[in-house]
Design a protein around this ligand. Sequence first.
Ligand SMILES: [Zn+2]
Ligand SMILES: [Zn+2]
Length: 117
Amino acid sequence: MNRKRKACAKPGCPEIHTEDGMYCKLHKRAHRREYATTYAHLYDRQWRNESKKYLRGHPWCECQECREGPYRRKANCVDHIKAHRGDVNLFWDRGNWMAMNVFVIKTKYFTSFFNMQ
Ligand SMILES: [Zn+2]
Ligand SMILES: [Zn+2]
């Protein structure tokens, strides 16, 4: 697959990147950190309990690569398919949940994932 080259969405950043999402590698990381801090209050004990329950019913990583590839990684966290941006309904909508492997999230995706550890 040929990835599209695009300019980083961070104002003033000259980087042309091929990442998923709007930001270059560096700013993607910064943005995710910001996201995690902003919505940290949503990822409380209830989230941890509910996401653990969810993983019991969804033991395998549901990312495209794992679904289509020869190797399936074990899921060990729940991510949101559509970024919830603080929307509580979207946050708790099981239809918007996706079992994923933490490694896949960290290396491949910019998502709403918040590190639970
Ligand atoms: Zn950038
Ligand atoms: Zn996967």
